[in-house]
Design a protein around this ligand. Sequence first.
Ligand SMILES: [Ca+2]
Length: 495
Amino acid sequence: MMWGRVLAALVILLGHAVPILWAAPNVLMIAIDDQNDWIGCLGGHPQARTPNIDLLAARGTLFANTHCQAPLCNPSRSSLLTGLRPSTTGIHGLVPGIRSVDATRNAVTLPQAFRGAGYWTYTCGKVFHDGSLSPKERQAEFATWGPAPGMGRPPKPFAKVPEPRHPAMDWGPFPETESKAADHVIADAAIKALADAPREKPFFIAAGFRLPHVPCYAPQAWFDLFPEDKVQLPPVLETDRDDTPRFSWYLHWKLPEPRLKTLRDQGEWKPLVRAYLASTAFMDAQVGRLLQSLEKSGRSGETIVVLWSDHGYHLGEKLITGKNTLWERSTRVPLVFAGPGIARGARCRRPAELLDIYPTLVEMAGIPMERRPARLEGISLKPQLTDAGAPRDKPAITSHNQGNHAVRDERYRYIRYADGGEELYDMQADPNEWTNLAATAEHSETKARLARWLPRVDVAAAPGSLHRVLIRDGATGAVTWEGQPILPTDPIPTP
Ligand SMILES: [Ca+2]
């Protein structure tokens, strides 16, 4: 049958033998770090070179209007893996991890739902945010943890950025030996896991690649694909921030990622764009190695592949680099499903959220209801996996710290900041989001329609939150960034 073999297995859980019987597909989940829509089939950059992800999209369904729930690693991944919004859990910063927050302390995570249903579970690379789980907590997630190597360091950095340099703010050809690159090692580990996975039960394998997260290091051959004089820079409007609220700057007030002006001053804009393209191409090649090994394993026909990135990345757009914004380049990410029961070569333009991955996978895999959490805030994409045109009312919502949200439907992006500041973009007429329409009377109905989707539950940052935490005191209007006050008169930081 199309779902592969019927599995009959006994799960020993809590001392009870629970018989399970269902047509159980395997799951191969591929995570990418800081990958925006510079993916061939998403068209975010004309030179993006991702033949393997494009091939996966051709044999599955591409969700071309997918947005992260937070434009930052830990909140985005925590949301995806627990099925809960950052505005519900208060996980807004790089710290704390899910098991240190009341709202998610006892959450059944995505890997736990599969593990509890009798799956063989394995992870390598970065799936949970690095360091967000203690060793003991890790063992309660995936049964087996493979390697998660860091990016390594060249003898000296390549990029000219102002001192003091954050160690991640670098880009260039490294390492010399391709097989030593972190993402190559991670692909090797996932390939071995595919070979090791027992045949008598289904598997859930999650591999998380590191690129194109900074430092954008890829072997020289991948830079050679993008000669510097041929690299196209993303379109930028010099006056773009003139019509964005001052509060938009607060979301990325002081960051290691350089502003566009700094990149230009240092002659590093083109080198960074080139390195990002090279890093994406190298990561894509590792995705390709993994998918080819799935084909060779003979289990591809019974395996759901899902590929996603945790959030996007600016490379000069809106005069900045990095994430930490509620604009398209920071929220739009690749999301592809392929495998049994999924339409081939389909492109879905309905809004989708990374939050939808959890309910989609447990439904597609037929995980028994009692193994699923009582509450998941995403919506299963199963209707769109068989018919990409299937309707969906709900827009995609991205949050960045309490009170700041973007609502994206098929045409518009509406942003509301914690102080009430607003933006509205017509993404069809203005795909670069250059003209903020929020103040125009003719769009007041559109704004009101989208504003109805703003999260009603919108909790403050969880106790212990650190890094990229922006707090606005509702009573006084006082704003702090990473614990330091921002005064209304403070000049916008330039580096
Ligand atoms: Ca603008």
